[in-house]
Design a protein around this ligand. Structure first.
Ligand code: ZN
Length: 137
C-alpha cells in the first residue's frame, strides 16, 4: 500500500489527485487489476467526476453545502457535523480498474480528494489489487 500526503488550503475543497494516483499505480508495478483509493478520515472523502470544467467541482461543493449547511441543529460538539455528513454522502473510497499498468478512467474523469474540514493534511491510501487468473468459465 502506498500513502499520499495531501494538504488542503480551504475548509471545503476538491483536490485533483489523478496524477498522484497514476504515479502510485505505476510505482506498485500492477499490470491488471484494480486500485483502491481510500481516506482514513471522517471529514473528507474521495470521488470521481469531471475536472475538464472547473465549474463542475465548484458546483458540487456549492450544492453539497446547500444540502448540508455549515450551521444547523447538530448535536456533535466539535462544530464540524456538516463535514462528517458530507464525508458519508461522498464516501471514503473509490475503486478504479487498472489495465496495462494504468487506472482506466473516462476522458472527463478525475479522482478528487474531497476536503470538508480543512485546511488539513490528509492521508490517501492506495492499495493495488491484482486480478486473479480466472478459469475462463
Ligand atoms: Zn467532528
Amino acid at each position: 500500500m502506498q500513502v499520499l500526503t495531501i494538504s488542503s488550503v480551504e475548509r471545503n475543497q476538491f483536490i485533483d489527485i489523478t496524477r498522484e494516483v497514476k504515479e502510485a499505480v505505476r510505482a506498485c508495478g500492477l499490470c491488471d487489476g484494480a486500485c483502491l483509493i481510500y481516506v482514513p478520515h471522517t471529514t473528507c472523502g474521495v470521488t470521481i467526476n469531471e475536472n475538464a470544467d472547473p465549474d463542475v467541482p465548484a458546483d458540487m461543493l456549492a450544492h453539497l453545502s446547500a444540502v448540508v449547511p455549515r450551521r444547523a441543529d447538530f448535536r456533535h460538539g466539535e462544530g464540524n457535523s456538516d463535514a462528517h455528513i458530507k464525508s458519508s454522502l461522498v464516501g471514503c473510497s473509490a475503486l478504479v480498474p487498472v489495465r496495462g499498468g494504468a487506472p482506466v478512467l473516462g476522458t472527463w474523469q478525475a479522482i478528487f480528494l474531497c476536503e470538508f474540514d480543512g485546511p488539513r493534511t490528509r492521508r490517501v491510501q492506495i492499495q493495488c489489487l491484482a486480478a486473479s487468473e480466472g478459469r475462463g468459465a
